[in-house]
Design a protein around this ligand. Structure first.
Ligand SMILES: [Zn+2]
Length: 297
């Protein structure tokens, strides 16, 4: 199941207890219908859960019954008789004879709850959202520039600022930043889906942090091993020429310990001295050894 489908299924489980919101949700769906005119209303969707939701919305908001008809992979609700269309137009404050319906009647969307419900209906018909494994993206498709503008202002009322784009003949409203996508989903009634996105983001950040730390530690280990190898090579070149006596007295213990414990870090090696010495102290002695070897060769 795609993440969009998962989100829509969650949206379809939102309660229809408030009449104002049920009407607003139906309105959002109608404005994104395949056809919404005074002659015909045609709502189509692939997801059977969404189709049942649309039927329930039409029933509760306008007392309009509708039958689903199969049309390829989609199912359609077609309403083409004046009495049913009339009931819907009356409830939304449209003139029954006027076919220009792609204009928003804000009178039925006064409350924030209704605006959110309207956007839920719109998203059910025309929305898609990328899943937690993908880059953040949520979009709402429309075919009318004026509707896109009016929906932008509805979203702004809820504190959401969508971007606009055009793809072929379609107008798009979209969000790319994950916080807005999560906000939008929460507002329209899909808090679980929003949580899923949030969790995936947290896990991804955590994984990146761990990887950075591991990489950094690995780099340090490699650096330490390289340094130890260089010190040992220097020591051996001096030993070949003159034996341990060639080293000044104060460096001999360092020479012995370095050769005995080639994989020790500076901290570990410093602790092996009797008495233990400091890490900077050891570092200083090792530097002296490599300088001494360079001078001798
Ligand atoms: Zn409401």
């Amino acid at each position: 199941m795609s993440f969009s489908t998962e989100v829509k299924n969650e949206l379809c489980s939102v309660s229809m207890s408030r009449a104002c919101c049920t009407r607003a949700e139906a309105y959002g769906a109608l404005l994104h219908a395949s056809v919404f005119s005074h002659k015909e209303i045609r709502l189509s969707a692939e997801n059977a859960v969404v189709v049942r939701r649309l039927q329930a919305l039409l029933q509760r908001a306008f007392f309009v019954d509708s039958e689903a008809e199969s049309c390829g992979r989609k199912q359609q609700l077609i309403i083409n008789d004046p009495p049913r269309i009339g009931r819907i137009f009356d409830a939304l404050g449209y003139d029954r004879k006027n076919h220009i319906t792609y204009h928003l009647n804000r009178n039925v969307l006064e409350e924030d709850c209704c605006i959110a419900a309207f956007l839920r209906g719109a998203f059910l018909m025309a929305g898609t959202v990328a899943g937690p494994d993908k880059k953040s993206h949520l979009e709402l498709k429309s075919t009318h520039q004026s509707l896109t503008g009016e929906e932008t202002s509805l979203m702004l009322d809820l504190g959401l600022a969508p971007k606009q784009a055009r793809r072929a003949s379609a107008q798009l409203l979209y969000f790319k930043d994950s916080a807005s996508v999560e906000d939008f989903l929460t507002r329209i009634g899909a808090p679980h889906a929003a949580m899923e996105l949030m969790q995936a983001k947290v896990e991804k950040n955590l994984r990146n942090t761990i990887n950075r730390q591991v990489n950094c530690e690995t780099a340090n280990l490699v650096k330490a091993a390289d340094a130890s190898a260089r010190q040992i090579a220097a020591i051996k070149s001096v030993l070949r020429e003159g034996g341990e006596e060639a080293f000044p007295d104060n460096l001999r213990e360092t020479v012995r310990l370095r050769l005995s414990y080639p994989t020790d870090s500076l901290t570990e090696l410093a602790r092996r001295f009797d008495p233990p010495i400091s890490k900077p102290g050891l570092s200083h002695r090792l530097k002296k050894i490599t300088e001494f070897a360079a001078k001798e060769n």
